[in-house]
Design a binder for this molecule. Structure first.
Ligand SMILES: *Cc1c(COP(=O)(O)O)cnc(C)c1O
Length: 281
């Protein structure tokens, strides 16, 4: 299992540490905690389209945080990030990068963020990047190399019940082995070292993840990615033909459309709505 995932995110076999979580939220709680432990004075930067679990982490860990604006497509506004980084230059930066926002499917550009950090004078030991790739973490390896541990990123998390379609909530969190000692405590009672968020975890979910990854394989996953992208494009075109306003981010499988006025229609299809928008994945 992790052989394939670490392969996709380009981290060497002896350099990673990871575990199967109860979902994307747990991965975010873990990744942001890693950043906080490495940089205790760090300020958390997250765009306003970040998943709510990121702001939950900031509250739980009592971290100072900055909410970064987003463009209309849901992507982080890098000039706003730059302004806020410059305002807080005396404190390290812990950045939550969303690889596929929950509602609009926008991908924050890791390379632009790294470039911005450099421009603002943040050296590599003064920032930590957590990638929340709940939906798109297994898609990006087939479309661009946004997620790669060859870049100075600290952790990546995905949800197993999203793109892979596991029948119960689960996820995978991967980080650098060198970072995990900060979180590890010896627990005599379980005869093991604990460096995770939750205690007992579902032992069946790793098997589902393994099954899904090995049944599909690299080629099957690639086909799924293509099919989902094609379907999204098809839906967007069909809605447009009907005169409905739609938005589809580049490399996204989430079609955003104007919220249908018919409440019964929304209820019947269980459409998730925000303000005057609805989306379909
Ligand atoms: C769904 C989602 C999460 C949370 O994942 P769960 O598995 O539901 O805890 C985190 N981040 C993003 C971007 C998501 O879309």
């Amino acid at each position: 299992l992790d052989y394939r995932i670490i392969d996709m995110w380009e981290i060497e076999k002896d350099q990673y540490w990871g575990y199967v979580t109860n979902g994307g939220t747990e991965g975010n709680l873990h990744g942001i905690l890693l950043g906080r432990e490495l940089l205790p004075e760090g300020i958390l930067y997250a765009s306003k389209d970040s998943h709510y679990s990121v702001f939950k982490a900031a509250r739980m860990y009592r971290m100072d945080s900055e909410t970064i604006n987003t463009s209309v497509n849901g992507e982080m506004d890098y000039s706003n990030l730059r302004a806020k980084l410059l305002q807080n230059k005396d404190k390290p930066a812990i950045i939550n990068v969303t690889i596929g926002t929950t509602f609009k499917g926008a991908i924050d550009d890791v390379d632009v963020i790294l470039e911005t950090l450099k421009d603002c004078g943040y050296s590599q030991d003064r920032f930590y990047i957590h990638c929340d790739a709940a939906l798109c973490g297994l898609m990006t390896p087939f479309i661009n190399n946004m997620i790669s541990f060859k870049k100075p990123i600290g952790s990546v998390t995905i949800s197993g019940h999203k793109f892979l379609g596991c029948p119960m909530p689960c996820g995978v969190q991967i980080t650098r082995k060198s970072y995990i000692n900060n979180l590890s405590t010896n627990v005599e009672y379980i005869a093991s070292v604990d460096a995770t968020i939750s205690g007992s975890r579902n032992g069946l979910t790793p098997i589902f993840l393994w099954y899904s990854l090995s049944a599909k394989g690299q080629i099957g996953l690639q086909k799924d990615v293509k099919k989902c992208l094609d379907n999204a494009k098809y839906l967007k075109d069909r809605l447009q033909q009907e005169g409905i306003s739609v938005m589809l981010n580049e490399l996204s499988i989430i079609v955003v459309l104007e919220r249908p006025r018919d409440h019964e229609f929304v209820r019947r299809w269980q459409l998730s709505c925000v303000k005057d928008m609805a989306h379909v994945i």
